[in-house]
Design a protein around this ligand. Structure first.
Ligand code: GLP
Length: 263
């Protein structure tokens, strides 16, 4: 795993935006399709803002790029302000130039959920898989909505949300009772099939989860630790989120050496 520790959340967003920006422009140049995996939550908002700005001011185009989001709540219509359909439209899709039909989220409204989960896996496979998956992380180490105890071999499916996740996400709802109890989420195996993965985390509240993800034992009790099995993961964190990592000095040395080689 590459661990990049930066001073603040703005730098974390910038680092992630540069990575996405580079990949989008490279693929456009060689006219190859690109599939991005996208995440929701507070953490990637800065990234989406930067991508929208670069589209407006710097010629970054998303034509030919397709996206697959990690997850969607069950029980909220797509136009509900707290649905991830709404979030993505509001944070990114409406600001840039994706082709019509290029943005995919799991269907959870008025449909057969197990069929929908299978169709989502099929759709990803038909596009040749995800090239770059963006991830956030829950305070308990969940990725997507793969809660504690999620099988490391799991595929897109229905998951019950933990009380803690519902409490964490209650800040976006009028009360915790309004937070859905279930979601359709890509599985851990689905996520691990992406070509590359970027996990973003900021704030002291994520420190324990980040330490478990990067340095803990691989365990279904800490779903993000499964990323240790993937050959191309970059964990981008601010100093607060890095505060429980044991090997900070080594990660920083590695980045310095890498920078001196690239220069
Ligand atoms: C939700 C999402 C995750 C996200 C997590 C953390 O549970 N399903 O994909 O990583 O929240 O969100 P935040 O970035 O707001 O802390």
């Amino acid at each position: 795993m590459r661990v990049v520790i930066l001073d603040n959340p703005q730098q974390v967003s910038l680092f992630a935006a540069d990575r996405v920006d580079r990949l989008v422009r490279e693929r456009l140049l060689v006219r190859q399709p690109l599939v991005l995996g996208l995440a929701t939550g507070g953490t990637p908002l800065g990234l989406y803002k930067l991508l929208a700005e670069r589209h407006r001011n710097d010629g970054l185009s998303f034509r030919g790029v397709e996206t697959f989001n990690l997850d969607e709540y069950v029980g909220l219509p797509p136009d509900h302000e707290q649905s991830y359909h709404f979030y993505m439209h509001d944070a990114l899709f409406r600001h840039v130039d994706f082709d019509t039909g290029a943005n995919h989220l799991p269907r959870t409204w008025q449909c057969d959920l197990s069929e929908s989960a299978k169709a989502y896996e099929r759709d990803i496979e038909q596009r040749g898989g995800i090239d770059l998956q963006i991830l956030g992380i829950g305070t308990d180490g969940h990725i997507g909505f793969n809660e504690v105890g999620s099988s490391l071999g799991s595929r897109t499916r229905l998951k019950t949300l933990t009380r803690r996740t519902r409490q964490d996400n209650a800040r976006y709802f009028a009360s915790i009772d309004e937070v859905p109890t279930m979601a359709l989420t890509m599985g851990i195996a689905t996520i691990l099939e992406s070509q590359s993965i970027v996990l973003m985390a900021t704030g002291a509240g994520k420190a324990r989860a980040v330490a478990g993800c990067v340095e803990g034992p691989i365990s279904a009790g800490m779903p993000a630790s499964a990323l240790q099995l993937h050959p191309d993961v970059t964990v981008i964190v601010d100093t607060d989120a890095a505060s429980e990592l044991l090997h900070v000095e080594y990660y920083s040395d590695s980045e310095r050496v890498r920078a001196s080689l690239i220069r």
